[in-house]
Ligand binder design. Structure first.
Ligand code: FES
Length: 170
């Protein structure tokens, strides 16, 4: 049996009931949100469950997970820092900004700090092109834009957020 439907019978039925039987693929995104809420990421097994429910291939589901910065296909740090380095931001210094952040955190884009707190990611356009350098932060369900950044400003923000995330754990 489909694990997602087994774990969330009412929620999956409610989501699927919102779309015509021949348009079940429209349910992919709400099903992915449902999937991600538990572990904070979407495993291959979970993508298979969504594909099965939405009557599409797992490749279709994986391409959606890969496209949206709000979906994650593996576990990461408690604070995600997503820096846009697309063309418009690059012209406003995003590449140098990311390099400085990388140096300040001691990790490369795509990596997580050894304490599991911060993941640094490089992403495509987040529609804040004229306010670069910018990043999007994700902490649990909280998503924020941070525009007109400098490495110092971002690292200061990170220090205070790390303290509050750690404080929330104790
Ligand atoms: S190019 Fe970076 S936000 Fe658009």
């Amino acid at each position: 049996m489909n694990s997602l439907a087994k774990k969330y019978p009412e929620e999956t039925a409610r989501i699927l009931a919102q779309y015509p039987a021949d348009q079940k693929r429209a349910a992919i995104i709400p099903l992915l949100h449902l999937t991600q809420q538990d572990d904070g990421f979407i495993s291959i097994a979970a993508m298979n469950d969504v594909a099965d429910l939405a009557d599409v291939s797992v490749t279709d589901v994986a391409s959606i997970v890969g496209y949206y910065t709000l979906f994650h296909d593996h576990p990461e740090g408690k604070i995600r820092l997503q820096v846009c380095t697309d063309v418009a931001c690059m012209l406003r210094g995003a590449r140098e900004y990311l390099t400085a952040l990388s140096k300040g955190l001691g990790i490369q884009p795509g990596e997580t700090t050894p304490d599991g707190l911060v993941t640094l990611e490089e992403v495509k356009c987040l529609a804040a092109c004229d306010h670069a350098p910018m990043f999007q932060s994700q902490i649990g369900d909280m998503i924020e834009y941070h525009e007109n950044q400098t490495p110092e400003k971002t690292l200061d923000w990170l220090r205070s957020m790390s303290a509050s995330v750690k404080g929330g754990e104790s």
